[in-house]
Design a protein around this ligand. Structure first.
Ligand SMILES: Nc1ncnc2c1ncn2[C@@H]1O[C@H](COP(=O)(O)OP(=O)(O)OP(=O)(O)O)[C@@H](O)[C@H]1O
Ligand SMILES: [Mg+2]
Length: 369
């Protein structure tokens, strides 16, 4: 706006300056007089370039107005030149109009090009987005395929193991009864019993993984689940010199979810965070609303996850631990998926890790899932 006014001022001043020169030289010097008439084209063309048709036409008209008194006063002295001078005036207007029209046409063309470039850019961005979505989908399908194949295998093996284990367990119970409290081998029998129990639990875990139960949706308060997990793990974490802290947003809406399953997800994330802390450290849990989700962040000061592992940690059986099964995150992923939510992870080797669980607030979506 400011620039427009400045340019209008410039055009007006140039026209005035040329007019002064034109009128002044009319008696003194004919060459300069003729030259000054030509100079009028400069502001006209400049105005057309700057303001399009309107600029060219109005400046041409302004010049004609200023030129007119000169023609009228001198019409008696200039019979021969009069026709040429009148033609000059017409030409000022003609040049103003033509240049204005051409400039506007070019501007229009330029706008069209810019629009086309903009559209191309947008199409390109959409394409990139589609490619990203496709590779994410492929990743999900790959994981789901692996899970399905694994499910069949694991449930078959687990089933076969369960029967002999059941027989072992029953036999041990009979042995225990028969041996009496003071028998010297009683201690061994207890070890037997414990180990069988441990195997049974491990098999149960595999079976849970292979045949996950459908979520039982009910109204739950996310903060309550976080508080339970914190309370449940605090003692264990204290022993490992890990300070756990939760910062929970007030007034979060209840969500439709399977409380047990979400607790399992949170538990897995807390235990993973703790396992990543070698000597001492901290674990923080934040809950907050974000768009249509409740986001629960688990932040630890542990060893972090190297970039090459980031895409693999949700794969079943991916583990970097000697005694890990590598199922924790795969299960967590599946549970959150069944709740129409998602998990994000941000981490760098040596910088700790932050897992964010997004659970939808929209109750219907959760219920339908
Ligand atoms: N908070 C974390 N910090 C660093 N590495 C992590 C973290 N959470 C997960 N990981 C990495 O991801 C791997 C997979 O985790 P996941 O929970 O699936 O299996 P796991 O903990 O190894 O075994 P488990 O089945 O007993 O949980 C871990 O072995 C570890 O390398
Ligand atoms: Mg784990």
């Amino acid at each position: 706006m400011k620039q427009n006014l400045a340019d209008l001022g410039k055009i007006f001043l140039i026209v005035c300056a040329i007019s002064v020169m034109h009128y002044y030289t009319s008696y003194t010097s004919t060459e300069f007089h003729a030259f000054s008439a030509l100079l009028y084209y400069i502001p006209i063309i400049f105005a057309a370039f700057r303001f399009g048709l309107k600029g060219g036409a109005w400046t041409g008209f302004l010049v004609s107005l200023i030129y007119a008194p000169y023609l009228i006063w001198h019409r008696a002295q200039l019979p021969a030149e009069l026709v040429i001078k009148v033609l000059d005036v017409l030409l000022y207007n003609g040049i103003g109009w033509i240049t204005g029209i051409l400039v506007e046409a070019e501007h229009k063309q330029k706008r069209r090009y810019l629009h086309a470039v903009e559209q191309l850019k947008r199409a390109n961005e959409e394409l990139e987005q589609k490619i990203r979505e496709k590779s994410e989908l492929e990743e999900q399908v790959r994981r789901a395929d692996k899970l399905a194949a694994l499910g069949v295998l694991v449930s078959g093996v687990a089933h076969e193991l369960r029967n002999p284990l059941g027989i072992l367990k029953a036999t041990i119970q009979v042995m225990e009864r028969e041996l009496g409290a003071n028998a010297p081998v009683r201690e061994f029998v207890s070890v037997f019993k414990e180990e069988v129990e441990r195997m049974n639990n491990a098999i149960q875990e595999f079976l849970d993984f292979a045949r996950p139960s459908a979520p039982q949706f009910a109204e739950v308060a996310v903060n309550e689940i976080v508080a339970e997990v914190v309370q449940f793990t605090r003692k264990y974490l204290e022993q490992r010199h890990i300070v756990i802290r939760s910062v929970l947003a007030d007034g979060l809406p209840a969500i439709y979810a399977d409380k047990k399953q979400i607790r399992q997800v949170f538990m897995n994330l807390v235990l993973n965070g703790a396992a990543a802390i070698k000597a001492a450290g901290g674990l923080e849990i934040y809950s907050e609303p974000l768009d249509h989700y409740i986001r629960v962040r688990f932040k630890d000061t542990g060893c972090g996850i190297p970039a090459e592992n980031l895409t693999r940690i949700f794969d079943p059986f991916f583990t970097t631990k000697d005694a890990g099964t590598g199922l924790g995150l795969a299960v967590a992923h599946r549970i959150v998926d069944a709740h129409c939510g998602f998990i994000e992870v941000v981490s760098e080797a040596g910088q700790g890790a932050e897992f964010s669980v997004y659970l939808p607030i929209n109750a219907e979506r959760g219920r339908d899932a």
